[in-house]
Design a protein around this ligand. Sequence first.
Ligand code: C5P
Length: 404
Amino acid sequence: MYQLAGKRILLGVTGGIAAYKAAVLLRLLRKHGADVRVVMTRGAIEFVTPLTFQALSGKPVHTELLDLEAESAMGHIELARWADLILIAPASANFMARFANGFADDLLSTLCLAANIPVIIAPAMNQQMWLNAATQENLEKLKFRGISIIGPAEGDQACGENGPGRLLEAEDIASLTAKSFETNILTGSRVLITAGPTREAIDPVRYISNRSSGKMGYAVAIAAIEAGADVSLISGPVNLPEPERAKVTNVSSTAEMYKAVMSEASRTDIFISAAAVADYSLESISEQKIKKLNDSFELKLKKNPDILSEVSAMQDAPFSVGFAAETENLETNAQAKLHSKKLDMIAANHVGDGQGFDVETNALTIFWKNGQKQLEQAPKTKLARNLINLIADQYNEKNSNKTH
Ligand code: C5P
């Protein structure tokens, strides 16, 4: 269940006897590396106390829609932006009815409306309630809207009856949730990604570099893997674990990154240049450590190759995506780069004042030839998935235009 690592899951617990099983599920999700926040309905609190979930999640449990304290810390809109996925287990008949009809009169139902992310529900109820035409109609409505329904299982019920309505086992819920992160939208395509900073040596111990942490590029690599792509990641020096199932090449200087990219570019379908590549390098690197003899001294720099422009200028160039980190005039500068570098897409973000580099969240505006999309402030992992969705859409559209 490696797909759960680092995922932000909003676990909704509704009122039913199976609510206690959500505690086991929560432990399992956390064991596999998910970051879980729990939202309980008023009904759920009658069965299990919020303290149980608070202790197991290590985070405050959210219960009220309008809670002054919660709104000043992580209010319902922040919660919706934070999450990668909403998992409701157990989902009661009442909750399904309210969700199917678009209610927004408590925190969980409001989140389901406010969050534009996948929702999985694991129903649990008495078998007659499950089989009732009203519940079955609600079920169809939810399925039609793209909500994933997992279970219920059949068997002995807490009420003494036997039939459909048992909550799936926690193991099964966790593993289906993990699998739901695999989208297959890029299955069969080869994606080459650069990430992190590059370092330009001054002498054997010193270098020029920048504040890039590599977090965005690594998140994009993971999102591309989950989309089914064959991923090659060329990384500058970073402090991040290597993504599983990617081919990783570690480089230091721009010249090394250039060489590594060029050796693979012709076998690539999509090139995503997320690295903060140094624009200049030393004209000559001192062989010995430079001594502090003078009050001032100058470094002579020469321009580095623009890796992205070289790739996008190739014959049969891959679908090329650049990043533009800007401190001002975001849209104008990004649009200019889209054209001058002959890109298919560019992801622009504001940097400076604590934004962009070496932080967990970001906001991106994506531009392509005939469109643009704003991705609001969110964890980089979530932005990366949205970016990969947009890339897959535009890449497929470009390919279908080519074949027609
Ligand atoms: O021109 P600017 O550096 O702002 O462009 C940023 C984009 O170009 C990023 O996608 C970056 O990875 C790429 N780039 C590159 N080689 C360079 C400089 C930037 O690939 N030498």
